[in-house]
Design a protein around this ligand. Structure first.
Ligand code: FES
Ligand code: FES
Length: 144
């Protein structure tokens, strides 16, 4: 459908022109996380100030889905409170499970473009990698 095609374009745009790729100064938190199914890894740098994610940058190796997702995630969480960033992560996980998610709860930005991944269970870990890293980084990573 047209929507699928639009979503594919959004994913490829984030993959080819990643937002927030790079590193941050030494006082930022750095999280290394790998996808156990393939060994690909990302490195996420976060700067949390006054309960808000002031800066987010990432680097790493991975497939188009994992890198596009990291790009979308950093774009979406920058400027959010830690609480809202965690909420957004959980909306994203619902989406990845193919469940209903609250479209109005928060500004979903581009992350909805990845909703089709729910149909490919082997790729879900690719899409959630950056979000798990973010949760770990803000110190609230929940046990799986
Ligand atoms: Fe299999 Fe990503 S881990 S496709
Ligand atoms: Fe490794 Fe997707 S195949 S992160």
């Amino acid at each position: 459908s047209n929507l699928d095609q639009l979503y594919r374009q959004v994913i490829m745009d984030h993959y080819k022109n990643p937002r927030n790729k790079g590193t941050l100064a030494d006082d930022a938190v750095t999280i290394n996380m790998n996808n156990p199914t393939c060994g690909d890894r990302i490195q996420l740098h976060l700067k949390v100030e006054d309960g808000k994610i002031a800066e987010a940058k990432f680097d790493g190796e991975g497939c188009s889905i994992s890198l596009a997702s990291a790009s979308m995630m950093t774009q979406s969480v920058k400027g959010l409170s830690v609480d809202d960033a965690i909420k957004l992560a959980h909306v994203f996980y619902e989406m990845m499970l193919g469940k209903e998610y609250d479209e109005e709860a928060l500004d979903l930005g581009d992350i909805e473009a990845l909703q089709g991944v729910s149909k490919f269970p082997a790729r879900i870990k690719c899409a959630t990698l950056a979000w798990k890293a973010m949760e770990k980084g803000v110190g609230q990573n929940e046990a799986e």
